[in-house]
Design a binder for this molecule. Structure first.
Ligand code: LAN
Length: 746
């Protein structure tokens, strides 16, 4: 049995159709009733919370997802009772045993619906956004949630008193001021020693005037920053003709869906009325007297700890224009633009069943809907209901996740990892459950407002999380399809996903290919690269348009290769040419040292795995010039070997992503090791000793239960913010061991 601390037990994860919400002492397992019993928190409960959720982030700021894992393990774990392959060689037997234990352990965490829940935290600016929304709308979180949020925020305070943008980050003004304000909203006294220390950090770094623009926005809604200190968001640009390259329909959907409600709040100058807390906070976070601050001068002030991208001259000029327009704007046009923004938010709400595309837009949309329809409106209450889809409880407290989960993504990878060899036949129930889930998550219809609001065709695609979220993503669609096919081929289930549905998936994947031959995330690239010059965020790079990525392109090419085999005769020429263009794109992205840079994982080992896997498959199928592929793979192998550590493993830190250079972690990391091993094995790398050393590290690091410990963070977005993928520590070591088993042991 694993230890479940007393107060962990009072939190239960409720599941429905992929939805996952944590409920405090729930009366039933109905997700809709997760708030029914939350008033029963006692003083003793609170004390127990602070004992049971004490967490030392100096050791490792990444929690191990133990609240969920220990509960599930205790409820579901069964000794493996199937017939294990028996090998002559004791060392080899250890590898098979590690593989079986790894799958057996992880299967115990799969729920009845067939997916793996998990922590998807990491960024530290999300929870504050939601707390600010809850403060403005006076829709407070229940006490138990508030207590656990406080614990989380303190658990991630850095030694210097500040907070970073994500859990591994050094302190920044954005991180520090946002957590500081959050803690004050949650009722902490300003004289609390930890807040005093945080204030010192803020003052030592120039005060909150230098918070980056997203922070300025949140502070403005809190009446802690004058709206004059914020560059205009020019809501009228939504009324531009669609052919203009700067029309926001062309932005990357996440930027579009964040700047949309931000523009609404800006135009209405939404702000909470002054009150005691606000007046006090104004004295706590600024160096100068609040009323004396020259606000327009602060618009472009950014603390140097935060500055990641620098404002371009084009953006500066545009700001001068839009800020001037703001002074004289036409009331009629403004009204029209605001009506349009609200219609758009309504459509997004209906399309996503109020989940919304992501955590930032969910919180800001909630504010807009509250402003437009009031606290008691169904629309607002539906939003509030979905706030809980983003919250997660782990041993470091309650956090807000980067999405409403990574359900489909994790099922796809994990299932494919198990299906890598015949070992899967020993885990039929796991695969059957996965199949049920993947089948249910395919997007089969789209909302009537889809086209009107610039959505890319969805039907046949798969999302990253759940079908209710319903934004399909290029590589998630490909993963969904590949997983379905792999399960069909295993013979473990009776197929129910029809040929027609899979052909729709192929169409979706084809429809996502860009002119440059690659694949982006949710949509096609809709505007030229120079639009990036208008990126106003200061803290993220490449957020303006949806770019083609090595990882997304690789997955799509792999799935299209499978489609060729599966449905010979179906759009063969088109698929063939899409594959060739895709391969060219991938080869062109290879760096001089043989590696690929990743946009969504940490980092070079991640993208290199995707690329090699794809190129090696293309080589086997004879789909591309063998010499060119051969050279590329040889170079990539050279890169990987050069990065192997003395203990046989590989390890990168998040700095690889932010600095764009390979940054070695002090210790090897099992996830990086698994990616490197998967690549080398896919490439038929001949020096087996190197592979053996890596496999040895995976075995050494495996716990007795068959788990691996959580090490460094492994996901990223927009180069500069990191995000947790809690399933990766199991999925990828399992996958690497299983490939080794297939190639060398059976
Ligand atoms: C994700 C999560 C999944 C990820 C993959 C599918 C892994 C990737 O291959 C493509 C990009 C995608 C879909 C992705 C894009 C950016 C997201 C949505 C996230 C990292 C999860 C959270 C992040 C989102 C932008 C966070 C909110 C912050 C903003 C800057 C708006």
């Amino acid at each position: 049995m694993l230890e479940v601390k007393p107060s962990w037990e009072s939190w239960q994860l409720l599941i429905k159709k992929g939805r996952q919400v944590w409920a405090f002492k729930p009366d039933s397992d109905d997700t809709e009733k997760h708030l029914d019993n939350v008033s029963s928190l006692t003083e003793a409960d609170i004390q127990q919370f602070s004992k049971d959720f004490s967490f030392d982030s100096r050791n490792n700021p990444n929690s191990g997802d133990n609240v969920f894992r220990h509960q599930y393990y205790n409820q579901n774990y069964k000794e493996f009772s199937g017939s294990r392959p028996v090998l002559q060689d004791a060392e080899q037997q250890k590898i098979v045993d590690a593989l079986i234990n790894g799958i057996n352990y992880f299967s115990s965490l799969q729920n009845e619906e067939g997916f793996w829940s998990g922590d998807y935290g990491g960024p530290l600016f999300l929870l504050p956004g939601l707390l600010i929304a809850s403060y403005i709308t006076k829709e407070a979180f229940p006490k138990p949630h508030q207590e656990l949020m406080k614990i989380y925020l303190f658990n991630h305070q850095n030694q210097d008193g500040g907070w970073g943008m994500h859990i591994e980050d050094d302190s920044t003004m954005f991180g520090t001021v946002m957590q500081y304000v959050s803690l004050r909203i949650l009722g902490l006294n300003k004289d609390d020693g930890r807040l005093v220390q945080a204030r010192r950090w803020i003052m030592d770094h120039g005060g909150a005037t230098g918070i980056p623009s997203w922070g300025k926005f949140y502070l403005a809604t809190m009446n802690l920053y004058h709206w004059d200190g914020f560059n205009s968001l020019f809501p009228e640009m939504w009324l531009f003709p669609k052919w203009l390259p700067v029309h926001p329909w062309r932005y990357w959907c996440h930027s579009r869906m964040v700047y949309l409600p931000m523009a609404y709040c800006y135009a209405h100058r939404i702000q909470v009325p002054e009150n005691e807390l606000i007046l006090s906070l104004r004295q706590e976070i600024f160096i100068d007297e609040y009323t004396e601050i020259n606000w327009p001068k602060q618009r472009n002030e950014v603390c140097e700890k935060d500055s990641y991208t620098i404002q371009s001259p084009v953006l500066k000029w545009m700001n001068i224009f839009t800020n001037t327009y703001e002074k004289f704007h036409s009331k009629w046009l403004r009204k029209k633009a605001l009506a349009y923004l609200l219609d758009y938010i309504h459509a997004e709400d209906l399309q996503t069943k109020y989940i919304n595309i992501g955590p930032v837009s969910q919180a800001i949309n909630s504010i807009c809907i509250w402003h437009a329809h009031g606290k008691d409106s169904d629309q607002f209450q539906n939003h509030v209901n979905r706030w809980y889809d983003y919250l997660w409880v782990a041993e470091d407290g309650m956090k807000m996740c980067g999405y409403n989960g990574s359900q489909l993504w994790d099922v796809a990878f994990t299932t494919r990892a198990i299906l890598e060899s015949d070992i899967a036949q020993l885990f039929k129930p796991t695969i059957e459950k996965s199949y049920r889930f993947v089948e249910k998550m395919q997007i089969l219809k789209q909302h009537s407002t889809h086209e009107q609001f610039f959505r890319h065709p969805s039907t046949g695609g798969w999302p990253f999380s759940t079908v209710d979220h319903s934004w399909p993503i290029a590589d998630c669609s490909a993963e969904g399809m590949s997983t379905t096919l792999s399960i069909h081929h295993s013979g473990i289930v009776k197929p129910v996903v029809t040929e027609e549905r899979l052909k729709k998936a192929i169409d979706v994947i084809l429809g996502f290919q860009n002119k440059d031959g690659g694949w982006a995330t949710y949509e096609l690239t809709r505007a030229p690269k120079w639009l990036e010059k208008l990126n106003p965020s200061e803290i993220f790079a490449d957020i303006m348009i949806d770019y083609s990525w090595t990882e997304c392109s690789s997955t799509c090419v792999q799935t299209l290769m499978e489609a060729l085999d599966e449905y010979p005769g179906y759009k063969t020429e088109k698929i063939h040419s899409a594959i060739i263009q895709g391969l060219k794109f991938i080869i062109n992205k290879q760096k001089e040292d043989g590696s690929w840079y990743a946009g969504w994982g940490v980092c070079f080992t991640y993208a290199t795995w995707f690329a090699i896997e794809t190129l090696a498959r293309a080589r086997k199928k004879g789909l591309y010039d063998a010499d060119i592929i051969g050279q590329s793979i040889t170079k990539a192998n050279g890169f990987l070997i050069s990065k192997q550590k003395l203990d046989g493993g590989w390890g990168e830190t998040y700095k690889s992503c932010a600095d764009l250079v390979y940054t070695e972690a002090k210790e090897s990391q099992v996830i990086n090791t698994a990616w490197a091993l998967l690549s080398l094995m896919a490439a038929d790398f001949k020096n087996k000793q190197i592979i053996d050393q890596g496999i040895h590290l995976l075995l050494e690091r495996q716990t007795e239960l068959g788990d691996w410990l959580q090490e460094g963070i492994s996901g990223v977005f927009n180069y500069n913010c990191m995000i947790t993928y809690s399933a990766y520590r199991n999925t990828f070591p399992i996958w690497a061991l299983n490939r080794y088993y297939k190639l060398f042991l059976c």
